[in-house]
Design a protein around this ligand. Sequence first.
Ligand code: FES
Length: 292
Amino acid sequence: MSESKWHDLGPVEDFSGKPLQALHVGSKKLALTCRDGTFSAISGTCRHVGGPLGEGTLQGEYVTCPWHGWKYHCSTGLGEPGYEEDSVPRYDVEVRDGHLWVDLKPATKAGKSVHKKHALDRSIKREDGPVRVVGISTTAMNTDLPRYSTSDSLLETSLEHARDALGAETRLIKLNELSFRACEGYYSKAARACTWPCSITQMDSNDQMDQVYEALVFWADVVLVSTPIRWGVASSLYFKMAERLNCVQNQVTTHDRVMIRNKVASFIITGGQDNIQAVAGQLLLFFGELGF
Ligand code: FES
């Protein structure tokens, strides 16, 4: 069994008054808390995907990870009630002669419960079969008051042609029939905080963006996106979807993993305004970044 490794952190007044702070001691990252004058320390690295716990918040007795909100008890390191097994090591802390000391030998071990893999968390394999075309409608027209949509009409005609004349399998996704959250900007916290599958998809089983991921990443060979032009740009639903696709592009940055290969993206853009070149250019650029 390894020996204790007590380390003098410095005068205690340097640490009091801050409910939560991140400490780096050698190679160790710690989350130090001070509640009612009592110090505690747990590992500073979240068991989810490595978020910096010391940069989170102290809510009651729990340290909340700033990336996706996992919680750990500030003095035991155990996960929040119901998730105790997802724990981080705790470290003994003492005040001696006005100095704060920490034992860098962990007092407990980390734990992680077995989490069922999300259905999207699998290898990408093209199953046998004919060419597959997914149409993605991004018009935000109110479905309660149906009207003729030029972009939808052209999309449906294109899919019909792909199916009937070319023998392709087709699928149609209408974004205005899906309930999905806007991107919450985890990437802005850290590149690794933007995960695959998307953190929102993993946390919220009601979020239906998984249908788009499934079609784009796994199923389709051809993606046909239709959008009206609104104030010189693509529709708001297009951008809502595009922002949620950050997690696909980000896999290249964080894991050198190109998720989209040997696929084609094409676009139907309709509108009475000018700026078609800019809209087409923007869509081409974005889908090119994804790997199409
Ligand atoms: S909740 Fe901590 S890294 Fe995701």
